[in-house]
Design a protein around this ligand. Sequence first.
Ligand code: UGA
Length: 434
Amino acid sequence: MKNSHVVVVGGGVVGVTLGCVLSRFLNVTVYDRDDQRIQRWLLCSPPFYEPGLAELVDGSSVAFTSSANCLDSADIVILCINYSVESDLRDTLHLISSECTTKSHRIIVDKSTLPLNTSQRIKHFFNNHHSHFDILSIPEFLSQGTAIRDCLSPSRVLIGCDTSESGIAAQNTLIDVYAQWVPRSKILTQNIWSTELSKLASNALLAQRISSINSFTAICDATNANIGQLTQSLATDTRIGSDYLHPSVGFGGSCFEKDLKMLIYLCESLDLVLVAEYWKGVLAMNDYQLQRFVRRVQDTINGVEHPHVAVLGLSFKKDTGDVRLSPSVRIIKDLLAQHNTVRFTVCDPAVTEMQTMNEFDGCKRVHYCHGIAEAVNQSHCLLLLTNWPEYHTQIDWTAVYDSMHEPRWVLDGHSIVDVEKLISLGFNVYQVGH
Ligand code: UGA
């Protein structure tokens, strides 16, 4: 195993983080067909923001290439691709099949979150071309923003295989690989259906907790109850715990919604109508939470002639510059569609001006700013839409008050501000569930 060559397919956060960690023990190449992306990694200038990843790459022996001929010498190929369309997966499989010609046996590891049964389909594909490929499913549980920590200290590693002799031998090889940095007790072996469903189940339950707590914010908003006090009570119940109970404008990102939709699709295809409806409710609650917030913003700007709204935070969560399915972007787009004259000044510590222009198709009513002071200047209303730590600690609220115009609304989607303090300064404040 020591001299094995591993090729990681996909130069995104999962592929590069795993590649760097694996390169401590094995000979690793990260392959991505996007040469610009590879050039960025070769220069240690990551194409996206992930804390600590540039340093990890810099200190690692991982090789980067956009040349697919690295695949032929691979003993293990690890798929870490965010497949948005079916043809992407097919292209990758055809590429592997045409490049991998010389060795008699290889292991293909599927780490991408794909529709259930994909590993089985990959197996059939290679069976038709090369009967000597073993397919394993090792779902990835890392989160953007904490990728390195999650990869180095995972709560568990699931390794799924079929029950053939060579499948189990391949599973044992990967157990040995992971056991070099993960305690053996945290490496769980399963059948492939279980590993694939475990990944969906984990994301579905986390999303369900967020929708559950957000449903309570609606009740708090309609009564005198306070979501902070409620979560304090829930978090101290050791059976429930505090994780994924932070009230918000809804969950975003490329994973939860996609995985819930895959789960719903699976339930429907199995004719499990009530189960599908149950998970649809989690998505519906997320949408409802976002729309509630949009209505609040509309209420605050309705009386203003040319409303100017400042937005702090565009990424779908802190510590990432990823805006895919970001609640912040959705809220701005909804308001642009519903209100002819509203304009936005936006800022985010990790989202670039170019990203913002692309996201809003160059819309003239969305202006990118390089910091909080510029964004809030002369605005009527301020939205806090991403839970960045600097929004908790680095906002000079007296200066913000002086630079804003009446009616000086602050709408806080992430329980960031001290509501009583802001009211005492003269702001109008809405905080989700407060
Ligand atoms: C999620 C899972 O947490 C990872 O385990 C999984 O590997 C990953 O999806 C994936 O499938 O690839 P990620 O989407 O990076 O990771 O982000 P999370 O930190 O889970 O946050 C997702 C969304 O939920 C964010 O919009 C966040 O603001 C929101 N959230 C999170 C809340 O609204 N409240 C919370 O209490 C926690």
